[in-house]
Write a protein that binds this ligand. Structure first.
Ligand code: ADP
Ligand code: MG
Length: 264
């Protein structure tokens, strides 16, 4: 009689998965044999020293960067195949713009259009990519600004917004595209310390609402509080990963112990 493989059936399916991903820039190996799975509604924080490959990993997972070996898979439901039954799609076999669409990206530097208002920054892609009318896009854009607490700044240009407000506009812009996964690459690293909290608060709320997120961050307090799992990278490898409690209280490797000491 065939046995049901309980390890497979109970294991929550990954919506993004990397297997054995390696990447070089010239002679420099920046990612070595990375395995990574992201489950629905999971929040994963990626920590590690500068140059350890965190941004490159995020870019490979988000299909912004080609890699040399391994595979990145995406749950085909993310691509809008409703009845896919959890099939996975190897992203290298799909059109890049198609697999990129369900992934929202937020970067350290906000990349807002300087000559567009907060609202126009959010609605630009809704109109040009999604083909919404101005009225529809404005309505949707206002809802997104509302979500990040900036409805009252809709008509402001970026230069008259604080760094924290600019980053919240950037988050609203990403959310407007209805992403299924959000990737944040050091979203608060460029901010004055007093502005970090308002951005983390928005991200915290997103996580609580069930958004699937990968966050590269040096905010250990945020990672400890919000992450389901923390990944420590060093020199292109995942050195340790686990629940924040375990990782922060009982780091196994000397490298993680050293790294945490410098951030405490
Ligand atoms: P992190 O985000 O952890 O600081 P990165 O992923 O940005 O690390 O970079 C990892 C390594 O790859 C670094 O040594 C960096 O200098 C190098 N690197 C990143 N992007 C490029 C690039 N486009 N060309 C050459 N080297 C790069
Ligand atoms: Mg980086």
């Amino acid at each position: 009689m065939p046995m049901v493989d309980s390890t497979t059936s109970t294991r929550q399916k990954a919506i993004v998965e990397a297997q054995g991903v390696s990447k070089q820039f010239g002679d420099l190996e920046v990612l070595t044999d990375i395995d990574f799975r992201l489950s629905p509604s999971e929040v994963v924080c990626v920590i590690g020293p500068s140059g350890s490959g965190k941004s490159t990993l995020l870019r490979c997972l988000a299909f912004l960067e080609p890699y040399d070996h391994g595979s990145v898979y995406i749950d085909s439901q993310l691509l809008g195949y409703e009845d896919s039954g959890g099939k996975r799609v190897r992203t290298s076999e799909k059109r890049v713009d198609e697999v990129r669409a369900p992934v929202g990206m937020v970067f350290q530097h906000f990349h807002l259009w300087p000559h567009r208002t907060a609202l126009e920054n959010v609605t630009e892609a809704l109109r040009l990519v999604n083909g919404l009318s101005r009225r529809e896009a404005d309505e949707e854009g206002m809802a997104m600004l509302e979500q990040v607490g900036l409805a009252d700044r809709a008509g402001h240009f970026p230069e008259s917004l604080s760094g924290g407000q600019k980053q919240r506009v950037a988050i609203a812009r990403a959310l407007a595209m209805k992403p299924r996964v959000m990737f944040f690459d050091e979203p608060t690293s460029a901010l004055d310390p007093e502005l970090v909290g308002e951005v983390l608060e928005v991200m915290n709320k997103l996580a609580a609402d069930g958004m699937t997120m990968v966050v590269v961050t040096h905010e250990m307090g945020f990672a400890a509080k919000v992450a389901d799992r923390v990944i420590f990278m060093d020199q292109g490898r995942v050195v340790e990963s686990g629940a924040p409690d375990k990782l922060f209280r009982h780091p196994q490797s000397e490298r993680l112990q050293q790294f945490l000491n410098t951030w405490r």
